[in-house]
Design a protein around this ligand. Structure first.
Ligand code: PHE
Length: 451
């Protein structure tokens, strides 16, 4: 096929589309609970340092790889060197692990949206509401099916553009609303302590686990190490400034994550005293804490409804990009049609997602390496597979095709200001750090997950 690849209309279109994939539940649901669990300020600091070094270099590398080759993940690596095509395939497995459990959480968001719509906001603020809900056998499954069905329909009919358009309007509103909720929360008695916990690094809480968790979160949040940004890069125009675009995507993604933490962590202090168990409760944090805030704010049920609606759109643009990646691999590799590929991914996601959903209730006794299914899939993709793919990408760019080849690609559209940083991170810092962290996490055993 020689048809020209369609491209984004200008740099802003590109930045917004990539940000649509990047900004999602990772920022609003995952980042705050990790920050709360891993020591607040120290996690934030490690994350920020990683974002401007690792995150920056890897995102430049992936987008430049895509733009240079004009191909998505599987084709891009093998076009430049046949023997390294496997990195692309490995990367393409990751979205297939993430999509099912992402959709389970997308289902929880959908449920909360309807709870607030039907005036159940106060009930949702009560202790035990969330755990009672996710512990039920059938209801969370139904919300999960609805969520994954909507994602599938969008990808099947190729109407992503419509969702993206809505999301472009919603995203700025989400930022403003998050900011509003964060500022409001700060004035609730006891919340200031939480703000301090979140922004002051306590170095005694630093550990390898902090770095591992922050690194996994970085890859996840920026949709890195799984080929998504390569695909986006392949649609980018040669004349659009690549470095500037990456800076903007990063700023957007990190900004929203930061605000989400500022909204949720102080609320934990205000409503639960900020003790260890409240901070370390994990995936449920957003769903337990925010309803309490909405119950406190006058008119909170409307704010709660709008908030969950915005989060739902942010999540949808991300799950669509996850599904689109898997579908395009099936279409390219196995020459399947779009509809058939979508159906396969739909059925696969349901089968795999059921375990993540039931693991919070009737299957709670079945564990893998001592944790429930959702935590396991989350850990395996973010803290094991993504670092491996990121490591291989660094080796590939640093030593096989050489950084200069991508620097040339970036410079087509203007000067590459941070090319020294890019080269040093890709060749030395990132591979060494990732390797050390992977080894120590294996040595520590998988028990690290349940800390
Ligand atoms: N980056 C998305 C988020 O933060 C999640 C995602 C991961 C999307 C991987 C696509 C690929 O929610």
């Amino acid at each position: 096929m020689n048809e020209k690849r369609s491209s984004f209309t200008g740099r802003i279109g590109f930045v917004l589309a990539a940000a649509g994939s990047a900004v999602g539940l990772g920022n609003i649901w995952r980042f705050p609970y990790l920050a709360a669990k891993y020591g607040g300020g120290i996690f934030l600091l490690v994350y920020l340092i990683l974002a401007v070094t690792f995150g920056f270099a890897l995102m430049i590398a992936e987008i430049a790889l895509g733009r240079k080759t004009g191909m998505s993940t599987i084709g891009a690596y093998s076009k430049l060197n046949k023997r390294f095509g496997f990195i692309g395939i490995l990367g393409a497995v990751i979205p297939a692990i993430i999509l099912p459990y992402y959709s389970v959480i997308g289902g929880w968001v959908t449920k909360y949206l309807t709870v607030f719509l039907t005036g159940g906001g106060s009930a949702a603020a009560a202790d035990g509401f969330f755990s009672a809900f996710i512990g039920k056998p059938v209801e969370p499954l139904i919300w999960f099916f609805i969520y994954i069905a909507v994602t599938t329909v969008v990808v099947m009919f190729g109407v992503e553009k419509g969702v993206e358009k809505v999301s472009k309007i919603m995203m700025p509103i989400l930022v403003v609303l998050t900011l509003f909720i964060a500022v409001y929360t700060m004035f609730i008695p006891g919340a200031m302590e939480g703000v301090l916990y979140y922004i002051t690094p306590d170095f005694s809480k630093f550990s390898v686990t902090t770095v591992l968790a922050a690194m996994g979160q970085l890859f996840y949040s920026m949709s890195l190490a799984m080929g998504i940004m390569i695909t986006y890069g392949s649609y980018m125009k040669k004349e659009d400034n690549l470095e500037k675009s990456v800076r903007h995507i990063e700023l957007f993604d990190t900004g929203i994550a930061f605000l989400a933490g500022l909204m949720i962590i102080p609320a934990v202090f205000a409503f639960s005293g900020g003790d260890e168990s409240a901070l370390g409760q994990g995936p449920g944090l957003m769903f337990v804490t925010l309803p309490k805030v909405f119950d406190y704010i006058p008119g909170g049920s409307i704010i709660g409804f709008v908030f969950f609606l915005l989060v739902l759109f942010a999540a949808l643009t991300s799950s669509i990009s996850l599904m689109e990646t898997i579908v395009s691999v099936l279409m390219d590799k196995f020459k399947l049609g779009r509809k058939v590929s979508c159906l396969i991914v739909f059925i696969f996601s349901i089968l795999l997602g059921i375990s993540s959903s039931l693991g919070n209730g009737i299957w709670a006794d079945i564990t893998i390496f001592g944790v429930d299914f959702l935590t396991f899939f989350d850990f395996a993709s973010n803290s094991v597979l993504m670092p491996i793919v990121a490591f291989l990408t660094c080796i590939f760019v640093g030593y096989v095709i050489k950084p200069q080849s991508l620097i040339d690609e970036v410079e087509i559209s203007g000067p590459f200001k941070s090319k020294r940083l890019f080269t040093v991170v890709i060749k030395y810092i990132a591979p060494v750090c990732i390797l050390l962290i992977l080894i120590s996490s294996v040595l520590n055993g998988l028990e690290i997950i349940s800390i």
